[in-house]
Design a protein. Sequence first.
Length: 222
Amino acid sequence: MSTPVHVIPDELVLAAIERAERHRTNDVPGVPIWAITEHLDIPRRSGKARHVRSRLRAFEADGSLESSRYRQVQIWALTPTGRQRLRRTVRTGDIPQLPESPQHRAWRQARTIAAKEIERLRRSLRKTLAVAAGLLDSDRAVHSDRWFELAERLSMEAAQLGTAVHCLHEWAEPDERRADIDSRREPSDRRLAPDERGRRRYRRISRRNIFLFRPLVEGASR
């Protein structure tokens, strides 16, 4: 009899939990169900997700997992028994390969979008700079509102381009052994005065935020 399509091997579920724990961005021991389904690359509301939920309860019953609550959300963590079980499976080579991790997918998609959009972002900023230069050379008095409008536009477009440059050229491929968290630090920062280091770290807050220029991407595709 064939295996139901919604069934996911137990070892793959445990491996997804272990990787989700490694990639979590806080120190809370355990991960919620949505993080587990993300690492398995399955929809949260699906037959496969319901199967995973049932296996979590079974793993808790046999001592492979323990559950707790964090901010009213149920989370799951591997126990020593579960880790030992997973290690045995890894040694025998019986564990199926996990899908691409969420953090690697985010890195890859950011690079793809940045590569597609960076030239358009450069053209847009260059056009705005030309407008500013034209106003500077104008013989007529330019209303202050026009300069404030340009200031907003230049700031936004420069930030969009900076995000694209970072995603395409500076964001290193994630090390899957740990969470890929942007510390907003650079090796060259050591040469800077503390105040300047702080200013640069503040300006880097959104440098991986591809949504900074996504509205323009969607608008350009219409």
